[in-house]
Design a protein. Structure first.
Length: 174
């Protein structure tokens, strides 16, 4: 019971307020990306003979690059979240732009896109393991820091965002 409490309780010391279950699932995801996608992509690149079709070459290079970078995600899962967000975004976009119209027309089954659609359909579920509160809090911090650095004198109202602390907001009444 203690273990379950630990993995579902936000850990502010070790994981910047993210639940350990999210960290563990992200590491599993990075590992699966490396084993599944990177392995196949690198094999395809190394075994390819002759000239490449430029669009297929780009796809295989992207599929080799982003999961290979997932090695860093195993070590620092939160710092490499943009890689996961990129993966979720492009796969979900592909589902809406390519697979959904084929499915609506009744031509998805048996088409070349069918196998890819079966793999990509998991992307929206992957979004469930992303600690979105952490993502938005850090994105907000980067935006405010950029705004402050573009001005000659910081505005006091920006300090509540830079501090990112509810305690500061409560004490100052902001």
């Amino acid at each position: 019971m203690r273990f379950f409490k630990y993995i579902f309780t936000p850990n502010h010391k070790k994981y910047e307020g993210v639940r350990p279950i999210n960290i563990y699932l992200l590491r599993v995801l990075y590992f699966l990306m490396i084993i599944g996608v990177a392995t196949e992509a690198w094999q395809t690149i190394f075994k390819h003979e002759g000239p490449w079709d430029h669009t297929k070459a780009v796809a295989w290079c992207v599929w080799a690059a982003y999961p290979t970078l997932g090695i860093f995600g195993l070590l620092r899962p939160l710092k490499w979240l943009p890689l996961v967000i990129f993966m979720i975004f492009y796969k979900t976009l592909w589902l809406f732009v390519v697979a959904y119209p084929l499915w609506q027309a009744g031509t998805l089954a048996g088409s070349p896109a069918d196998e890819m659609a079966h793999v990509f359909v998991a992307a929206p579920f992957v979004a469930l393991i992303v600690p979105w509160k952490y993502v938005f809090m850090n994105l907000r911090g980067y935006v405010v820091k950029a705004e402050m650095s573009s001005r000659s004198r910081p505005d006091f109202r920006d300090l509540r965002y830079v501090a990112g602390s509810l305690v500061l907001r409560r004490q100052t009444g902001m």
